[in-house]
Each structure stands twice: as C-alpha cells, then as structure tokens.
Design a protein around this ligand. Structure first.
Ligand SMILES: NC(=O)c1ccc[n+]([C@@H]2O[C@H](COP(=O)([O-])OP(=O)(O)OC[C@H]3O[C@@H](n4cnc5c(N)ncnc54)[C@H](O)[C@@H]3O)[C@@H](O)[C@H]2O)c1
Length: 373
C-alpha cells in the first residue's frame, strides 16, 4: 500500500476522506497522516480520530520522522506552491487542488520542482477524469466533429457571506499579509472548472490551449479585492472564439448550474442543454444525428482520485497536468494586469440581504450575453 497524507482536511478536503477510506484497497492507498493546524474544525475530525490517523500542524512536523508516497493537497490557494514543492522534494507524488497557485510564477515554481524531483503532479480539475468528458475530448481531438469554432459557458452560482468568510478568511483576496499571492476569484475558484474545460477541450492534447485576444468585464458586489462576476472573451490557439460568464452575485432563485455550448464545423456540443436532463453531454450533429455521452459528472471526487492513483502507478495518462493548469492562471493574471479594471458596484446597483449581496440585473445580463455570444 502507498502511504498517503492529506494536507487540508476541512472544507473541500474533507471529501477526500470517505473516498480514501472506502476505496483504499482498490487505490492501493493508506492514509497515514493528516496535516492541518485547524483539523479539529473539519466536519470529519471525529472520523479521523476514530481511525487513529495522526494529525500534524505542519508538513515539516510530519516529515521529521516519517515518509509518504502521495500527498493530496486541498489547502487555501496561497499555500499551494510552498506545500506542493515541499511534498515533491520529500519524495511524494502530488494531487493538488485547483487552481494550481495564486500566480503564474508560483505555479511555475511547482512545475520546476516536479521536473527536478521526477515526481508526478496531477491537478484537481475533476471534470477531466470523468469518463463521459474524456470520451468527448477524445472524439473532438480525433476530428469527429470537425474544427472547433466557438465555445460558450454560463454559470450562476449564488454565494453568501459565509462563503466569503470561510476558513482562514482568504476568499476574494489578492495577497496574504506576507505577500503570498492568492487571487481567489469566481474564475480561479468555484467556477474555474468551466473556464478550464473550454481551454482543455480546445487544446490538441491534455495540456490545454492558451487564450489570446483576451478581454473581460469584471465586477465586485461583495466586499472583496478581486471579483464575483465576470465575462471573458478570447480566442483559443486554433482560432475558436471563447466566451465565459459567471457570477456569485445573483439571487438564490436565479441559480443556474453550468451550461455550455461548443460549436464545431459538423455539430454543436451541449452540457445541460435546455429541456434535457441536467449534466447530459451530447453533440447534435448537422446531419440530424446525436452523439450522446450520457451524464457527465463534473464533480466526482472518486473519479479524480482513482485517475490520479492510476497516473502515479504509471497505468494511465495524466489528463490534468500542471502545464494545463498554468494556462488557466495565465489567462486570469493577464486579464488582471490588463488595462480593463474591475468595477466595484455602487449601492444603487445592489440589493443587500441579511446573508448576501446581489447585483441588480446581473443574472439577466449574463443570460442575455450568453444567448448572444
Ligand atoms: N475541485 C473542486 O471542485 C474544489 C471545490 C472546492 C474547493 N476546491 C479547492 O480546495 C482548496 C481549499 O478550498 P476550501 O474552500 O476547502 O478552503 P477552506 O479554507 O474552507 O479549507 C481549507 C482547509 O485547509 C486547512 N488549512 C489552512 N491552513 C493550513 C495549513 N497551513 N496547512 C494545512 N492545512 C491548512 C484548513 O484548516 C481547512 O481544513 C482550494 O484550492 C479550492 O480552490 C476545489
């Protein structure tokens, strides 16, 4: 069995635990330690204790007298680079949560460490590990649908004050007090999967396409330093037009789970097409036929972990390599550094509720822009 540590065991990281516990034999993984100074606040803390899994405050503490084969890192973004590099240098293969890091420079530092140490690193964009998505990606890559012409994505995911104030209060911030980059935003965090999917699908292999001719409209309704609503346009390397729209500043009744339309020469691919089952992935071909991939699970922790285990065992190709994840951060960093500034919504553009703030007309605008894109 391979010795596995989980770094960050509350928040999203808690979801790793049941999969590792239930599928340990199949994975060939044994959880030998949790590294989290606030582990006691995690929802599965008692389960960790009941299984007598030792808990450590820091990686340094863990590695003083121990070794590990694999590190799963699900900590706040500003910790990714230091922790991933540390684990790689201590002989671990790493499954690192998205986004790869708070800056391109930090992300490249991780990539360099992986190269130097010869260890593997898999990024936690779980949609890449979904069988339906992989089948679609392969068919698109094999040219079944002709050239990719355009892509558009829409996600309206309301988020409240609890979300923006969770954990160690890093949400929506640019830097830590010590100057470590975070740049947590709607496009780097919660809806990152969908922007990333456009880039990953447009790439000729699994390393994703860069995006050029980038423009954005970004705004903040919440009291954050980055943005909670964004529309991005650009062109992928193959010349396809890319459109991405997402907001957290919408009312709960306006929630819309991710939808996409990717237009090819010979047909159009849909995720959650209007009137169809949610999460169905299908291509409507121009000749009237439908290529149906079934339900595509965009959130499966189990698929992500199983695939990572196979990559680390040398039994599967890494479908979510760090080179791809770096391009996602390159897009966001280049937009942040462009002259197109983030707009802070004024009081008369907002509805203030007890638990959240909503931007007036944002849901309608994004839906309209998606329709017209
Ligand atoms: N793949 C997905 O769908 C998905 C979903 C949600 C979050 N995430 C990612 O997971 C990561 C964590 O996000 P979150 O929302 O769970 O954050 P969070 O702040 O809610 O939880 C982070 C966890 O890390 C722990 N932690 C804090 N400082 C630590 C330290 N120095 N060392 C070890 N552990 C430490 C916290 O105690 C907590 O358990 C982010 O990269 C986020 O983007 C991925």
């Amino acid at each position: 069995m391979k010795k596995v540590i989980l770094v960050g065991s509350g928040g999203y990281g808690a979801g790793y635990l049941p999969v590792i516990f239930e599928k340990g034999q199949e994975l060939g993984w044994e959880l030998v330690g949790v590294v989290d100074p606030y582990a006691a606040q995690g929802r599965l803390y008692n389960e960790i204790l009941s299984r007598s899994i030792p808990i450590f405050n820091t990686l340094e503490e863990y590695f003083t007298e121990r070794t590990a084969d694999i590190a799963c890192i699900a900590t706040p973004i500003m910790l990714h680079a230091d922790q991933a590099v540390f684990c790689l240098e201590h002989g671990c293969d790493v499954l690192l949560e998205k986004p790869v890091a708070g800056s391109v420079a930090e992300a490249k530092r991780i990539a360099e460490a992986a190269k130097r140490t010869g260890r593997s690193i898999v990024l936690g964009f779980q949609w890449c590990a979904d069988p339906a998505m992989l089948a679609f990606k392969k068919d698109a890559g094999d040219g079944l649908f002709g050239k990719l012409l355009s892509q558009k994505v829409l996600v309206l995911w309301p988020r409240d004050f609890v979300y923006f104030n969770r954990g160690t209060k890093w949400a929506g911030k640019c830097f830590t007090k010590d100057g470590a980059p975070i740049f947590d935003s709607i496009a780097s965090n919660a809806t990152a999967h969908y922007l990333f999917n456009e880039m990953w699908l447009a790439g000729s292999d699994y390393t994703a396409s860069a995006v050029n001719n980038l423009h954005w409209e970004a705004s903040r309704a919440n009291a954050i330093e980055t943005y909670d609503t964004v529309e991005i346009t650009g062109k992928t390397e193959g010349g396809a037009k890319l459109f991405f729209a997402a907001s957290h500043a919408v009312a709960p009744e306006d929630q819309l789970n991710p939808v996409f339309e990717y237009r090819f020469e010979k047909g159009t691919a849909y995720f959650s097409r209007a009137g169809q089952e949610e999460k169905r992935l299908e291509v409507l071909l121009n000749d009237g036929s439908i290529k149906d991939y079934g339900i595509s699970d965009n959130g499966s922790m189990a698929a992500k972990i199983l695939r990572a285990a196979q990559v680390f065992d040398g039994k599967a190709e890494n479908v979510c390599p760090i080179e791809a994840a770096i391009k996602h951060i390159e897009v966001l960093e280049s937009l942040w550094n462009s002259g197109e500034k983030v707009c802070t919504l004024s009081e008369d553009e907002l509805i203030r509720k007890e638990d959240r703030v909503i931007g007036i007309g944002i849901a309608e605008k994004l839906k309209e822009d998606y329709k017209n894109a």
